[in-house]
Write a protein that binds this ligand. Sequence first.
Ligand code: NDP
Length: 480
Amino acid sequence: MEKLKNFIGGAFIDPVRGNYIDNYEPATGKVYCEIPNSDEEDVILAVKAAEEAYPVWSGMSNEERSKILVRLSEGIEARMDEFVRAESRDNGKPLALAAHVDIPRAVSNFHFFATAIIHFASEAHPMTGVGVNYTLRKPLGIVGCISPWNLPLYLFSWKIAPALAAGNCVIAKPSEVTPYTAYLLGQVANEAGMPPGVLNILHGEGGAAGDAIVKHPKIKAISFTGGTKTGEYIARTAAPMFKKLSLELGGKNPNIIFDDCDFKEMMSTTLRSSFANQGQICLCGSRIFVQKGIYEKFKEEFVRKVDATVVSNPEDPNAKLGAMVSKPHLDKVLSYIELAKEEGGTVLTGGTKVELPTPYDGGYYLRPTVIEGLSFDCRTNQEEIFGPVVTITPFETEEEVLMMANSTQYGLSATIWTSDLQRAHRMADKVDAGIVWINAWLVRDLRTPFGGVKSSGVGREGGWEALRFFTEPKNVFIKY
Ligand code: NDP
């Protein structure tokens, strides 16, 4: 069976203690490779490699680093099919989704930050008759990037690309559940001519390898995307060490649909925003609020279309949903469906596993699920489920829906459907979210700030925000 290796100092090496863990294919439920079960010993090695590489990498001009990162993005693009297949196999998502979203967006992220760094500028503050302040923006040194399993390479690149572009050396850990494209990324880094030790990729469990990255004193910043509980632990651990922190955490996003929306467009987008990637996107709208005038019409058409949605193995070109990422995650989502019933909810469609023929009979397939009849403040409507499960709730007024939308601890994104321009602005202003889409979903301009409020995170990724996070400003004053 294939054994993945850690990528440290430009070489693919075994974990120091020689321990491996199984990697499962969600589509079949079978183990298909092993990955290093790294711990603090491997982090120590990676930090040493990064320390050696740092003077070379941070001493390069932005143009030189840019060229290497452009080659890296082109290297992924050149191996598109291999990356797409690996992502789909590791995560369970339909091949088409990996081909249209995950890998092309990872390519774009590397390309975007490779070129952004050439245009990045720092500030000057002249004081008339006194002197001038100018601000240097220097790389932080060695930084840690930890990412989740839902959009594996895409979210990995979202952190690694700006960190590298700004001149930092990186110790990165993908989720143990989806390590494969990160493994391939190491190969592409070498092909692109990245100096050894600049990018180091460790595999293993969050509680061991991830924790050791967070705790290593020479790692100056942690950029983390994952669950709110893990983010809280990381904040508690890293804050006393005065590490810079960027935390992109969970969500429970409202999808607010007014009577006056473009019904057809809203319907097709809402099907995607509810169930894309098996509902395992932090931006999915899992709480759907529909104004009373169109509630029954919405419910009838939505449930009919969800019911007809094809759940199949990721290679099936008809599959709209593939497999859930893991058995424990499938069980967690199923337990929330049971909770919803206990809380008085009615399952309108879905709610059960999908049994596929061999060799997919051991895979983790779940029907997309729509639930109605729950109060806005019950656990099902307050806690992140992170699966293909949505609730639908009627409302009458803007005030009422805002109160329900803003009632959770989260505030990542919100989607609003209306053709009333003034209402759109009012709602966008008042909804608790870092990202608001009006009559759209998942449209991303890489220059815009990305992140959430309340328990959905601290800090922003994207554009200059990311380059500012991965640099330290130093103000210099010169007297005239
Ligand atoms: P987790 O928080 O479980 O894990 C995220 C990453 O952190 C993984 O690489 C994990 O490793 C690692 N990790 C776990 N424990 C620790 C620790 N103690 N110290 C350091 N690292 C650790 O999240 P999931 O992977 O389950 O991802 C789903 C979550 O991510 C959802 O809550 C979702 O909302 C959120 N998310 C947020 C996004 C945003 O932009 N705000 C975007 C995408 C997802 P391992 O997997 O090996 O345990």
